[in-house]
Ligand binder design. Structure first.
Ligand code: PAF
Length: 312
């Protein structure tokens, strides 16, 4: 069992804990989270540790009101600090930053914010206006407070990861933004803090999202349209899964041209409601080629396209 992490709940405490690290050659790693930590988060912390070696890993736990819309689940978002601290301890996190809303937004909502640009208006952005602005504002603040060299985010929130990468590049933040692979339950469901809202029957149906992505991956040899059609056909077999969007894009979320050379990489993304819970998932795909995408699925290795399963 690793030593318990130091906990900072104010900016001043965080600065004090990081003070003796400044000026050292070690890189500082940051894993921003909203808590309710699960194995997916633990893997982000492992990735941060691998990236910084003996340098400090900082995890932040902050449920950011700025990224929740008025109809969203801010109040019911799970808050499990004690269990979260245990996950941080087990993964060898050095510092946990657990600020209050007042600490992060001392004057209320900031007057100067960030414009996430057109990528924030597609996919998630269509149903969640203002969401990515809120994400980028808090991530930029965390970058400013922690000043990490490396920051790790999950590929499960692929649009978020893409936008954070763009922010770091476009605003010259000089931070290595690392995307960690999605961790899945044995049946393929992507791990998410929101999975705990699912009842038993909904939990069974939720696997429809990853099955649809696998169907898209298998059909991608025939092109993007075939991938979408295969995913839609799979989703139609899961009656409790209410699709919000299903899309195939290039790896930067830009539209793919109608014709692409065999072997072109793409991304298939899905969002759906199961009961009142909104879930998202995505996978890499390779178009016009029998190669599978690069995500690792349960079982360790990439699952071959021929082994796409159909639920009973
Ligand atoms: O992915 C999340 O948990 C949040 O969007 C993040 C990146 C911690 C910002 O609040």
């Amino acid at each position: 069992m690793s030593a318990a992490p130091r906990v900072a709940s104010s900016r001043a405490e965080l600065a004090a804990l990081l003070a003796d690290r400044r000026g050292r050659p070690d890189r500082v790693g940051l894993v921003p989270t909203m808590g309710a930590l699960h194995e997916g988060h633990a893997s982000l912390m492992d990735v941060a540790r691998q990236a910084v070696g003996t340098g400090p890993v900082v995890a932040s736990i902050f449920v950011n009101p700025l990224q929740f819309g008025p109809q969203e689940d801010l109040d019911r978002y799970p808050r499990t600090l004690q269990a979260d601290l245990e996950v941080c301890a087990a993964t060898g996190v050095d510092i946990v930053f657990t600020p209050t809303v007042e600490e992060v937004y001392p004057g209320g909502e900031p007057q100067v914010t960030l414009d996430p640009g057109p990528l924030a208006e597609i996919l998630e952005g269509k149903t969640r206006p203002g969401h990515f602005r809120g994400v980028l504002v808090v991530v930029a603040k965390l970058f400013g407070l922690v000043r990490p060299e490396v920051a790790v985010f999950g590929q499960k929130d692929y649009q978020q990861l893409t936008l954070i990468r763009r922010m770091a590049t476009d605003l010259c933040m000089d931070i290595d933004v690392v995307g960690a692979e999605t961790v899945r339950e044995p049946d393929g469901l992507a791990m998410s803090s929101r999975n705990r809202y699912l009842g038993a029957e909904q939990r069974q149906q939720a696997v429809g999202l990853s099955r649809a992505l696998l169907a898209a991956r298998a059909a991608a040899i025939e092109g993007a349209a075939a991938a979408v059609a295969a995913a839609r056909a799979e989703l139609a077999t899961w009656p409790a899964v209410e699709v919000d969007y299903l899309a195939v894009t290039d790896p930067s979320l830009e539209p793919l041209p109608a014709e692409v050379p065999a072997g072109t990489e793409g991304r298939v993304l899905v969002a759906a409601r199961v009961g009142t819970t909104r879930l998202i998932d995505n996978m890499s795909i390779v178009l016009g080629s029998p190669a599978v995408g690069r995500d690792t699925l349960p079982g360790g290795a990439d699952r071959a396209v021929s082994s796409v399963e159909v639920h009973p």
